[in-house]
Design a protein around this ligand. Structure first.
Ligand SMILES: [Fe+2]
Ligand SMILES: [Fe+2]
Length: 246
C-alpha cells in the first residue's frame, strides 16, 4: 500500500492511497494552519500510512480537528488512533453524525457537531458546513473552505482508478457507472439539489474523496453527468446483485 501526499492549493494537501479491492483511491485532506485539520482519516488499518504522509508536513500530535463528512469506515475509521495521538484534537462532524453516531458509539468528550451554515476558523482558513442529507448517507455533510474557494464533497465527484492530484479530464460517465455498480446513492434527487447549490457556489477546487481534485473548469462536466445520467441504486451493492423483494 503506497500513500502519497501532494500540495494542491493554499496549504491544503491531498493524501491518496490506491485501494485495490475497490479500484479507487481513498483520500484524506490536510489543512496546514494554526489549527491543523485532517478531513477524513482513512480506514483504521491505514493509520500508519496516513500518519506518515501527514508527518511530511506537520506533527500529527498537533492536529486540532479530525473531521468526518459522514460516519463510514473510509471517512473516519482511523479517528480513534488520530484522536489518541493528538490530545488537543476534537472530532468534528455534522450535528447528526455527532448526535446519533458519536454519542451512540460512546464518544462524549472532544466532539463537535455543526449545522448548516455554521463556521469553524482555523487561522488563515475558514470552514463553512453544509448539511447534505441523503447525498449518500443520512448524516452527510460537505465543507466549504472560504479562503481558497474549496469544496470537500466526500464521495460526490468520485473518479475511478489512480488519478493524479489534480484532474482535468471529463470522467463523468465513468463516475456514474461506478455509482450504479456500487450503489452508494439511494436516489438522484437529493444529490441533484446539492449539485444546484454547488453550481451557485462555483468552487475553484473540488476535493473529491476518491480520485483527483477537480478544477473550476473541470467540474461542470461532472455536474452535467449527474443531471443527465441515472446513478441511483439499481439493485447492486459493490457490483453484487441483491435479491429483489419477494
Ligand atoms: Fe462514504
Ligand atoms: Fe468515501
Amino acid at each position: 500500500m503506497e500513500t502519497r501526499i501532494d500540495h494542491i492549493v493554499g496549504g491544503i494537501y491531498r493524501i491518496a492511497t490506491m485501494t485495490a479491492p475497490y479500484g479507487i483511491t481513498f483520500n484524506q485532506f490536510l489543512i496546514d494552519d494554526e489549527l491543523p485539520t485532517l478531513i477524513h482519516t482513512g480506514e483504521h488499518g491505514a493509520y500508519e500510512n496516513v500518519r506518515g504522509a501527514i508527518r511530511e508536513v506537520l506533527d500529527p500530535a498537533t492536529l486540532a480537528h479530525v473531521l468526518l463528512l459522514h460516519w463510514e469506515g473510509d471517512e473516519n475509521g482511523g479517528m480513534d488512533r488520530f484522536l489518541a495521538e493528538a490530545p488537543q484534537a476534537d472530532l468534528v462532524g455534522s450535528a447528526l453524525s455527532v448526535g446519533i453516531n458519536a454519542h451512540g458509539f460512546g464518544m462524549v468528550d472532544r466532539i463537535r457537531g455543526f449545522a448548516d451554515g455554521e463556521r469553524l476558523e482555523l487561522g488563515r482558513h475558514t470552514l463553512r458546513f453544509w448539511e447534505t442529507p441523503h447525498v449518500h448517507h443520512w448524516d452527510s455533510m460537505m465543507v466549504v473552505e472560504e479562503t481558497t474557494g474549496s469544496l470537500f464533497p466526500a464521495d460526490l465527484f468520485l473518479q475511478p482508478g489512480d488519478q493524479p492530484p489534480v484532474v482535468t479530464d471529463n470522467l463523468g460517465d465513468a463516475m456514474c457507472e461506478v455509482y450504479r455498480q456500487v450503489g452508494i446513492f439511494a436516489h438522484e434527487e437529493p444529490v441533484r439539489a446539492v449539485v444546484d447549490r454547488i453550481e451557485a457556489l462555483d468552487p475553484a477546487w473540488t476535493f473529491a474523496m476518491h480520485g483527483g481534485t477537480l478544477t473550476r473548469e473541470t467540474l461542470p462536466a461532472y455536474m452535467k453527468a449527474l443531471r443527465e445520467q441515472d446513478f441511483g441504486y439499481e439493485g447492486k451493492l459493490l457490483g453484487r446483485e441483491v435479491a429483489a423483494p419477494a
